[in-house]
Design a protein around this ligand. Structure first.
Ligand SMILES: NC(=O)c1ccc[n+]([C@@H]2O[C@H](COP(=O)([O-])OP(=O)(O)OC[C@H]3O[C@@H](n4cnc5c(N)ncnc54)[C@H](O)[C@@H]3O)[C@@H](O)[C@H]2O)c1
Length: 523
């Protein structure tokens, strides 16, 4: 629990925030059999606060024995949990959703501590997570098979059964979201779960374990092991894990898939992206501004959309539309509004209410992002604004802050336009025609998301159907209402999270044939 009520005072300096249990090194962050446990592993890793760069605590890693202990706990409890009715499992999840809502401020503050994202965003994240857990709580009672009438009174029915023990591995940009998006559909279907969060953001996954327990989840159904890549590898290779659900980069996803291939395990992959956000000039509209032919509100919406497609969580969002294609005839007014609004985003202490840009996750990631800006300049792009390290105030001088960057004069072949940067760097590219932009938008190995801004209804649906991506946005970007499936085409992933699709992916079908007559054997 968080001590005191520091979160109610937006003027408190982040250094004064004390999340006692999660930052106290004597409190273990592994969670097995319904309690925090000390791992056997003697290795630790340093957890740093992105907002200040200061060490929060050392976190104990998990070795083979620790991973095995968590998987055995999940295996043991699977036998009982799968026998609960869907309705009973759903009730546990719905209670957990309510506890998440009651503890939302504490969870949001811990997420800020771990990720450096601004508090307004962390609150949105936690509210969305509660909704997801609630959603799967509601869906659990409806998980069922089908009945098929056959000839002579014979029939067949199917049962949707859980897979067994599911292993989850998360990235660092949405830590609580990854723990909830993966565990709640898995648990709803009757699986048990072992989760390894990113070593950069280990804090809230263990809080979720305590919330599930309070909601009535039997001990052993949800477990957390902390660690780096080698711990993730041990989990993926464990013979008693039946499915891996992974979020992270393409190279690591490929390794996880390889481990699953060896063990013939189910695998779900949520990987990287380099998504397009396409902004058309609907020139036949009234209320044209400054002779450009674009409707004022469409322009405002398009600028808002481009910013939402790039600047949440310091640009560290897998679905970001970092290639912003703007029809050339509206480039001038679009850029003017975009730059004005981007410069107005307040960069600062992520715990402050008015902060819109917090800290990048780590020094390494911040340096990587700034290096990409340098490469872009060398390859001929121009910086319209941002792309620099920022020190918002003296007390945050060790934090990893940078100003959101807008690049123009970009070309499709440039490194910055091809690579996933995972930081606040938007590349703006001009285009003239619809076929041209569709072809350029699809010219990528990724296919996670895409956006199209237009007031032409037919064009919107035509373009949406042509774009090779798993999540399409028409006249908005990066919105994730509960129940909407999410996941990638091409190298952006396999399978879907969220929505009813996830339930199919956490179950397997057992088919039962029933003979009502005599056996007519040809022998
Ligand atoms: N599609 C999505 O839903 C989604 C969401 C968020 C982030 N991402 C992607 O995640 C990436 C950024 O996250 P990251 O830097 O944490 O990714 P990463 O691939 O470096 O690490 C992800 C996780 O895998 C673990 N890991 C590392 N090596 C492993 C191995 N050999 N076997 C098993 N696990 C291993 C890490 O410890 C971490 O928990 C970006 O590419 C981003 O696009 C995708």
């Amino acid at each position: 629990m968080v001590s005191g009520d520091w979160w109610t005072n937006p003027h408190l300096d982040n250094n004064e925030c004390v999340c006692v249990e999660v930052t106290d090194p004597s409190q273990p962050l592994n969670y097995v059999d319904g309690q925090r446990v000390d791992p056997k592993c003697t290795q630790t890793f340093d957890l740093r606060e992105p907002a200040t760069g200061k060490s929060l605590r050392y976190v104990a890693s998990s070795n083979e024995e620790d991973v095995d202990r968590a998987v055995r706990s999940a295996r043991r409890e699977f036998k009982a949990w799968k026998k609960f009715s869907g309705f009973e499992r759903g009730n546990v999840l719905k209670k957990a959703a309510n506890i998440i809502r009651m503890r939302s401020e504490e969870l949001a503050r811990t997420e800020v501590l771990d990720t450096g994202k601004p508090i307004y965003e962390a609150r949105m994240d936690i509210a969305g997570c509660a909704d997801t857990v609630d959603y799967y709580g509601g869906m659990a009672a409806g998980i069922s098979g089908e009945f098929l009438q056959l000839s002579n009174g014979n029939f067949n029915y199917t049962i949707r059964e859980p897979l067994g023990v599911v292993g989850g591995i998360g990235a660092w940009n949405y830590p609580f979201q990854m723990a909830t998006w993966k565990s709640s559909p898995a648990l709803a279907c009757g699986n048990t779960f072992v989760f390894k969060p990113s070593p950069l953001t280990p804090l809230t996954a263990v809080m979720l374990g305590e919330i599930y327990k309070e909601a009535g989840l039997p001990d052993g159904c949800y477990n957390v092991i902390q660690g780096e890549g080698d711990t993730g590898q041990l989990l993926g290779n464990h013979p008693d894990v039946n499915k891996m659900t992974f979020t992270g980069s393409v190279p690591t996803g490929s390794k996880v898939m390889e481990a699953c291939a060896k063990g013939i395990k189910h695998v779900g992959l949520e990987l990287g992206g380099k998504s397009p956000c396409i902004i058309f000039n609907d020139s036949n509209l009234d209320n044209a501004v400054s002779g450009t032919g674009i409707h004022d509100s469409l322009l405002d919406n398009a600028v808002s959309g481009a910013m939402m497609a790039n600047f949440f969580t310091q640009g560290q969002v897998c679905s970001n539309g970092t290639r912003v294609f703007v029809q050339n005839s509206i480039m001038g007014p679009f850029l003017a509004k975009l730059v004005e609004r981007t410069k107005n985003m307040k960069i600062g202490n992520p715990n402050h209410e008015d902060t819109k840009v917090g800290a990048t996750i780590s020094e390494e990631q911040a340096k990587k992002v700034l290096t990409y800006v340098d490469i872009a300049k060398k390859e001929g792009a121009s910086v319209l604004c941002g792309g620099e390290r920022v020190v918002p105030e003296d007390s945050l001088s060790g934090g990893y802050y940078m100003s959101p960057c807008i690049l123009v004069n970009c070309e499709d072949h440039m490194t910055v336009v091809k690579d996933e940067i995972f930081g606040s760097v938007m590349s703006v590219l001009g285009f003239d025609t619809e076929p041209e932009v569709i072809s350029r938008a699809n010219d990528t190995e990724f296919g996670l998301a895409a956006g199209v801004f237009t007031n032409d209804l037919k064009r919107a649906h035509r373009v949406a159907s042509e774009l090779e991506a798993g999540s399409l946005y028409v006249n908005n970007y990066n919105v994730y209402p509960v129940g909407v499936p999410f996941g990638g085409y091409k190298k952006s992933g396999l399978g879907r999270e969220n929505g009813p699709e996830a339930l199919d992916l956490f179950t397997q079908v057992k088919s039962v044939y029933v003979e009502m007559g005599d056996v007519e054997a040809p022998f």
